[in-house]
Write a protein that binds this ligand. Sequence first.
Ligand code: SF4
Length: 243
Amino acid sequence: MARTIMISETFGVTIQGEGALIGKPTVFVRTGGCEFRCSWCDTLYAVLPEHKSEWTPMTAEEIMVEVRRLSGNKPILVTLSGGNPAIQPLEELIDLGHAEGYTFAIETQGSVAQSWFAKLDYLTLSPKPPSSEQETRWERLDRCIDYARNGHAAGIPQICLKVVIFDDKDFAYARYVAERYPDIPLYLQAGNHTPPHVASEIDIPGILNRMDWLIQRVTEEQWYNVTVLPQLHTLLWGNRRGV
Ligand code: SF4
């Protein structure tokens, strides 16, 4: 019997709003379930068990039917997000999609390593800084990178790190991330404090001020091999779902 993947939502085509693939047209496949409880999580509907009844168990083939429909049968970048997509059995989906020319990116906090990371085209690891009130298990993050590389020093998947920054402690955490993984591109992004799913109350001036502060911190410290980005989708659409 085919294994099922817990799906919270699928949507697109839209653009990737953050990280190394910012601006790229993509279809999103958001899985349900996450072992973290970040204080500022903006996708609690894909995290908390009380939302389980809204999630659908789907086979890889059923997800591909949906991906084909959304993309108009045109191979495109598929972004696997969550929740934590790394806790789902996604290998078959990646194999099926690759056979048709789709490419796959995943976004995960790096708490669970899977051997199928080596099959991805892009792996974004977003360890959570102190403001999230979660603990980083560094050896697990190391393992995610090792599994993705699977013996290749460089190449597929392209790996990047992304850290959301709210304050000085988060900034110091990001500095440590850069020190620990000097050969992996690092993206910093100004965090969004707005409570989940309150699109009309997004604090755009607050986000832009934080972004301004972050750029100043980076330049003051002459930290020139990092990339500072906004969460483009938050600026455009707030916390609205499905875009
Ligand atoms: S790891 Fe991501 S999905 Fe999970 S609680 Fe934190 S922000 Fe939300």
